[in-house]
Ligand binder design. Structure first.
Ligand code: NAP
Length: 289
């Protein structure tokens, strides 16, 4: 039976760390605040934003809420971001994606000060990642790396297959795993022989977004399986990319969905926010890796 990689439990530990660091900032009279910007009424985005605000409240991080109408223009959004960049009470800025189609998301991200970019998606911060320099890392890959470390799963010298090449998940994971001395194969929709590629890997990470696509015949016995996917199954229940019932008996360790990578992503956002606040307060502010 595989070890269940309990993202909820590890996230609770990470949130306790963020809470202690936020408290230290309050004691010395420094701000620690996250601006959460939501444009429009996408129901999934509303849930994500509500959860992030709730996490902030739990950690003692002040939230600055901006729920903007779907008709908000690029210029209006950028004017708000300019204002938040200059606001000393705001340590981190989060613009919830996706943005309405008429807004250029890349332009909006580039309007956030790299020092307040707690999602780690500003080109400067992605550049820091490529160069191996400290900086805020995208929260989901950072959460995956932390989860692996918490369970003493050392990827050094291991073969890792990552499915998905998005800027949000797959590409940063490629860099972070390589930095940790793994040998990484990155696969996408055009990759031939996906199952064979996965079978060679000691660790399989899936960030595709297709319910239960990853089956037992993709796995070698004893593989570590990290499921980033968040999908709905045929009954409308939340599920990952991995067919858990099939794969769990073969794996040595596996993340559940829900309760695996999702809580880790949220927790890493809190840690990125306190790190940004510490740095703005002139403290070392170590970024989570
Ligand atoms: P995305 O931008 O849509 O990227 C999906 C990637 O999967 C693409 O690179 C795509 O390849 C690849 N792909 C599609 N079909 C494939 C197939 N049959 N075999 C191999 N690769 C395939 O999605 P994302 O934002 O990275 O998110 C991926 C999943 O993770 C979604 O379910 C999302 O909800 C979830 N997610 C979860 C968290 C969390 O906190 N748990 C955070 C972020 C995302 P191409 O590039 O060739 O199109």
């Amino acid at each position: 039976m595989a070890v269940l990689l309990d993202g909820k439990a590890v996230a609770a530990k990470v949130l306790a760390e963020a809470t202690a660091r936020a408290e230290r900032l309050h004691v010395r009279g420094s701000s620690c605040g996250l601006a959460v910007v939501l444009v429009g009424n996408d129901p999934a985005s509303e849930v994500y934003v509500r959860n992030k605000r709730r996490d902030c409240a739990k950690c003692g991080i002040e939230t600055h809420d901006f729920d903007l109408p779907a008709t908000t223009t690029q210029e209006e959004l950028e004017a708000l971001l300019d204002r938040l960049n200059g606001d000393a009470r705001v340590s981190g800025i989060l613009v919830q994606m996706p943005l309405p189609a008429h807004i250029d998301a890349q332009r909006a991200i580039q309007h956030i000060s790299p020092e307040k970019d707690v999602d780690g998606l500003h080109p400067v911060n992605l550049g820091r990642l490529v160069l191996g320099l400290p900086g805020p890392r995208p929260c989901t890959p950072a959460g995956v790396m932390r989860l692996l470390r918490e369970y003493d799963i050392d990827v050094a010298g291991k073969e890792v297959a990552v499915f998905g090449r998005s800027v949000l998940v797959g590409k940063p994971l490629l860099l972070m795993l390589t930095e940790a001395d793994a040998t990484v194969t990155i696969c996408h929709s055009k990759t031939p022989h996906k199952a064979e590629t996965a079978q060679r890997a000691d660790v399989v990470i899936s960030a595709i977004g297709r319910a239960k696509l990853v089956k037992a015949d993709w796995m070698r016995e004893g593989a570590v399986v990290i499921d980033v996917g968040m999908n709905r199954d045929e009954d409308g229940r939340l599920c990952g990319d991995v067919d858990f019932a099939q794969v769990e008996p073969i794996a040595s360790a596996i993340t559940p969905v829900p309760g695996g990578v999702g809580p880790m992503t949220r927790a890493m956002l809190m840690l990125n926010t306190v790190a940004a606040a510490e740095r703005l307060a002139g403290l070392p502010g170590e970024w989570p890796r």
